[in-house]
Design a protein. Structure first.
Length: 172
């Protein structure tokens, strides 16, 4: 039986749900100009005291649930198995700390009687060599249109291939 963890935003993550089963699929290579709306790269935000990346690793995966914002839900519904996910710690840390992967396509939240909310299974991939703080991202003009800098309260957002590569470089 999985245990629901409820956070400050009224949502929760399902722990021990076996989300990592099957693992992420290989991503086909794409051109650098690929649109962020293609659904291949994402950033998911979570308070580390609620469900940090280390807990995701310990659990081996989770059901990402509890997303209430309509735009964040729209993004979450677009997630496909194998998509790459930056794991961002909110709160005092405010940094991209790791890479995860979608181990399922988004699907209707079984706990939502309206059928409108969706969830996705997420598996850990690796911690970044060093966290990339929000202040460094905001200081870089290349991120002027990045949703993290424009809509800081959005919990699920697309990441372009160029933004992904730049954050990976900043983490080295």
């Amino acid at each position: 039986m999985s245990q629901s963890v409820t956070g400050a935003r009224g949502g929760g993550r399902q722990r021990g749900s076996g989300a990592a089963a099957g693992g992420p699929r290989e991503r086909p290579s794409r051109g650098a100009g690929q649109s962020p709306a293609s659904g291949s790269n994402w950033l998911f935000k979570e308070e580390p005291t609620h469900y940090g990346y280390d807990q995701l690793v310990a659990d081996g995966g989770t059901q990402w649930s509890g997303v209430k914002n309509p735009l964040a839900q729209k993004h979450l519904r677009s997630v496909k198995r194998g998509d790459r996910i930056f794991y961002y710690h909110t709160g005092d840390e405010k940094a991209v700390v790791a890479v995860a992967a979608a181990s399922s396509d988004a699907y209707p939240d079984p706990k939502d009687p309206s059928g409108k909310a969706h969830v996705v299974d997420v598996a850990p991939v690796r911690k970044l060599p060093r966290p990339v703080p929000l202040r460094a991202i905001k200081a870089d003009p290349a991120f002027a249109s990045f949703p993290l800098t424009r809509m800081p309260r959005l919990s699920v957002m697309p990441v372009s291939d160029a933004e992904w590569a730049r954050i990976e470089k900043m983490a080295r």
